[in-house]
Ligand binder design. Structure first.
Ligand SMILES: Nc1nc2c(ncn2[C@@H]2O[C@H](COP(=O)(O)OP(=O)(O)OP(=O)(O)O)[C@@H](O)[C@H]2O)c(=O)[nH]1
Ligand SMILES: [Mg+2]
Length: 316
């Protein structure tokens, strides 16, 4: 009888480009299931060379539509593309998310495209940690470009900057008046800014406003920025500006590799992944040992959170 396939067989199959194996591996890694650590170790070894592009921006700006266009562009160049659609609040935006997926899903049967959606399940360091694991699997699968779509709201913007090499921030002409009020966070993390829906009125003003806002932001302290974030107009509907966007994305990737900033970013990504790994293990192992007796003792004031917490952390 043949031996039951072990985790390393799964890694071998992913390395050979087997999508079904990648899908299984992703489920294991993302859910932190048994065998996960041995697998994650192997996947990590085969990763570190793809361009990870974060596609962020407000709801409805056209992130999925642009992602679909970029997939088509990369496929025409015979590049292999991985797509992670990150939904931080699947319960709230369920309907919109399905629409999202349809736009990208027209590529789902292409063997050169691997698409996966990730939803938060309230894990400690949940989504960001899961994205790292997923990226390593996609790189092992041979993806040259990994597109990660996230809705840019508050905290998520910062998180995408800690996993992506290049952050593409998508707005629309309708956002023109909001540019002034645009969150400083988005301004800081964007490597490339796009005014999408350029087929609608107001794109020139929106581009000018965005450029002005970026100029103001950067003059405060960082006059000599080695990479000036470009602002482009695109239409995911008509295809206008898509080749230019792809070319700027390539330009940023070349800049990262030439300048050493790519290596610095990779180090930052690994530091974040390590931080989440430690948080998950340490916090989980301590919390697993909180008993009802401990809670009872806190209610009757025999002990307190600090004393219990210290004891649980020290007695690991
Ligand atoms: N006119 C026009 N409409 C567009 C363009 N790009 C996207 N849309 C439309 O805008 C709507 C939202 O597009 P999506 O690609 O789902 O936007 P998204 O940013 O992924 O949205 P969420 O993931 O829900 O935040 C859809 O109805 C698209 O058809 C564009 O360039 N021009
Ligand atoms: Mg979307």
């Amino acid at each position: 009888m043949p031996a039951k396939p072990g985790p390393l067989d799964l890694v071998k199959r992913v390395r050979r480009g087997d999508h079904a194996a990648a899908s299984r591996a992703l489920t294991i890694v993302v859910n932190d299931a048994a065998d996960c650590e041995a697998l994650a170790k192997e996947f990590f070894k085969s990763s570190g060379s793809a361009q990870k592009v974060g596609v962020s921006g407000p709801p409805g700006a056209g992130k999925s539509s642009l992602t679909g266009r970029l997939i088509a562009h990369y496929r025409a160049k015979k590049l292999k593309v991985g797509v992670l659609m990150v939904d931080p609040s699947s319960s709230i935006s369920g309907g919109a998310f399905l629409g999202d997926r349809l736009r990208v899903m027209e590529h789902a049967t292409d063997p050169g495209v691997f698409i996966r959606s990730l939803a938060s399940r309230g894990m400690i360091g949940g989504l960001t940690y899961a994205i790292f694991g997923a990226i390593h699997v996609l790189e092992t699968l041979g993806c040259d470009k990994i597109l990660i779509e996230t809705v840019g709201t508050g905290q998520d913007e910062v998180e995408i900057a800690s996993v992506a090499d290049t952050v593409l921030y998508v707005t629309t002409p309708a956002m023109g008046d909001e540019i002034q009020a645009m969150k400083a966070g988005a301004m800081e993390i964007g490597d490339i800014f796009v005014v999408n829906k350029a087929d609608l009125a107001g794109k020139d003003k929106a581009v000018a406003d965005l450029k002005a806002a970026l100029g103001l932001g950067h003059s405060a302290g960082q006059a000599q920025k080695p990479w000036e974030p470009p602002v482009l107009a695109t239409s995911a509907k008509t295809g206008e500006g898509i080749p230019e966007l792809a070319s700027v994305l390539d330009g940023h990737w070349a800049h990262l590799r030439k300048s050493g900033e790519g290596r610095a970013r990779l180090k930052g990504q690994h530091a974040t992944e390590l931080q989440f790994w430690i948080q998950r293990r340490v916090i989980k192992s301590a919390l697993d040992r909180v008993t009802d007796k401990i809670l009872e003792d806190m209610v009757s004031r025999k002990t307190d959170p600090g004393s219990v917490g210290r004891r649980l952390l020290e007695a690991r």
